[in-house]
Design a protein around this ligand. Structure first.
Ligand code: BGC
Length: 485
């Protein structure tokens, strides 16, 4: 799209109170349709979370069954994020070329195949292959599911729809912690992996009965399918006008987008915002805590494995689920920015407190020690703050700021960068702790919160209450972020 077209579209939107363009998706979806979109999003998120969480319980069994060392275990743990990184890049291409539904079906297929390979693996290298396959499913789903939710959701509740995806991730992680506890035992790890195949089958069934995105139909040159879908989504006489709104924004776009369009100067602002949030979400430490909370609690004085696992399951897993409801309640009322700002403050302060607890502990141990109590309380505050801010808001904003022309690919790039950052943080957390100590490591995460807070205040626009087309039109001028705020 020429810059001038962008600018004039942007200024015409700024002229009217609501932007003057009809939202493509009706304000209210028929109940069954809304439920079907949510079922797809929730199952995809739950599988993502389950694959993240399951490994903490499966590792011990794998270690005993194959008598392998630390390096093999690290590979089994972390290669799922490598698979996810590649899967998310491929997921963007599949979602743009073959549709959001086919991408989600591919993700379900990969989950099922990966789970079967892991559960039946005769040796460790085969488990690693299974982790890579399941990981690519995670990556494809991480792109396609929130994209699907953002495109099918009415503008007024779009934040809520995408936050349901984050809620599902947290339920998946918590569910995996519970399954791990229930199946703990010599060969329980096979069943732990196998369980995700059942969820993969449920996801495939949900996708098969769901509607394709009308925005994708219109983009694929299938206006009749797009109109039919809009009617099924509750559009009445205005289905043609809604389709026209989609087509206007598509006409303003390039005919054949390429990967380089994602990095084109005219989309620099949304690109930086998406990548910035993707990196910020990880460098502030969430997955160091999700993966290594058992050892953090051990270092903080929780002496028995049972006490550590319980602290992880409830203080991290359950609190993460419950606190995501705060985002669901407020993201469309208060907006994305207030949640991000409040969350980053809470995360930064709690990480600083954990750092001080380790700094002043001088090796004190015992579950009742000041170190144990402060660490537990501060990590709960950290998880609450993440769960209502950077967790859901990152995925929401990444899926609403990119123009339709490159949305699939741009979301894929941001998601892959998120996984890359997750891989680095989770892969190097223990080495960093060894090098600079527990206290400084948590202060480092806190420093990233402070930097992120300043950046969010000056550089991340408010997207609440704007249709995807209005957001797209707003990138025309250099002052776009202020316009949206
Ligand atoms: C992040 C994951 C993280 C999860 C924790 C997600 O938004 O992308 O990396 O494990 O939140 O709830």
């Amino acid at each position: 799209m020429a810059d001038t077209t962008q600018r004039s579209a942007a200024s015409s939107l700024r002229a009217g109170p609501s932007g003057g363009r009809l939202d493509p998706v009706p304000d209210r979806l028929p109940f069954a349709r809304g439920a079907s979109v949510l079922a797809v999003v929730v199952l995809a998120g739950a599988l993502f979370g389950y694959d993240q969480g399951v490994i903490s319980g499966a590792l011990l069994g794998i270690q005993k069954a194959f008598a392998v060392g630390a390096v093999a275990l690290e590979i089994v743990t972390s290669w799922v994020t490598l698979g996810a990184m590649f899967g998310s890049l491929a997921g963007g291409y599949v979602a743009d070329h073959f549709g959001r539904k086919r991408a989600l079906l591919a993700a379900a297929g990969l989950f099922i195949a990966g789970a079967a390979i892991e559960a039946l693996a005769p040796e460790v290298p085969v488990i690693v292959v299974g982790r890579l396959v399941a990981g690519s499913g995670v990556g494809v789903a991480a792109v396609a599911a929130p994209l699907y939710a953002a495109e099918l959701a009415p503008t007024a509740v779009r934040g809520r729809f995408v936050s349901c995806y984050q809620l599902a991730i947290t339920i998946g992680i918590f569910g995996a912690y519970l399954v791990d506890e229930a199946l703990a035992g010599p060969s329980g790890w096979r069943a732990m992996f196998g369980v995700s195949a059942i969820a993969g089958v449920l996801l495939a069934l949900a996708v098969l009965t769901a509607l394709e995105s009308p925005r994708w139909f219109a983009k694929a040159g299938r206006p009749d399918d797009a109109r039919r879908t809009l009617v099924a989504l509750g559009a009445g006489d205005d289905a043609d006008a809604r389709l026209a709104a989609i087509e206007v924004s598509l006409r303003e776009e390039h005919e054949t987008p390429s990967w380089s369009d994602v990095f084109a100067p005219r989309w620099r602002t949304p690109l930086i915002i998406g990548l910035g949030l993707a990196v910020l979400q990880q460098v502030t430490g969430i997955n160091a805590i999700i993966y290594y909370s058992d050892s953090i609690f051990a270092a903080a004085g929780f002496t028995t494995p049972a006490a550590q696992t319980q602290a992880t399951t409830w203080a991290i897993g359950a609190v993460n689920v419950l606190s995501t409801f705060i985002a669901i309640a407020f993201i469309d009322h208060l907006g994305r920015r207030p949640l991000l700002i409040a969350g980053l403050i809470g995360m930064g302060l709690s990480l600083t407190a954990v750092g001080f607890a380790f700094y002043h502990s001088g090796g004190a141990s015992g579950q009742g020690s000041a170190l144990g109590v402060v660490t537990l309380a501060a990590l709960v505050v950290f998880i609450i703050s993440f769960a209502f801010s950077l967790g859901p808001v990152t995925w929401t904003v990444i899926n609403e700021i990119y123009p339709g022309e490159v949305r699939g690919r741009a979301v894929a790039v941001a998601t892959a960068v998120n996984w890359g950052a997750a891989f680095l943080v989770s892969g190097f957390f223990l080495s960093v702790v060894n090098a600079i100590g527990q206290a400084s490591t948590f202060w480092l995460f806190a420093a990233f919160c402070a930097i992120g807070l300043v950046w969010v205040i000056v550089g991340v626009p408010e997207t609440r209450g704007r249709s995807l087309e209005e957001i797209e039109a707003s990138w025309g001028g250099a002052s776009a972020p202020q316009t949206l705020r």
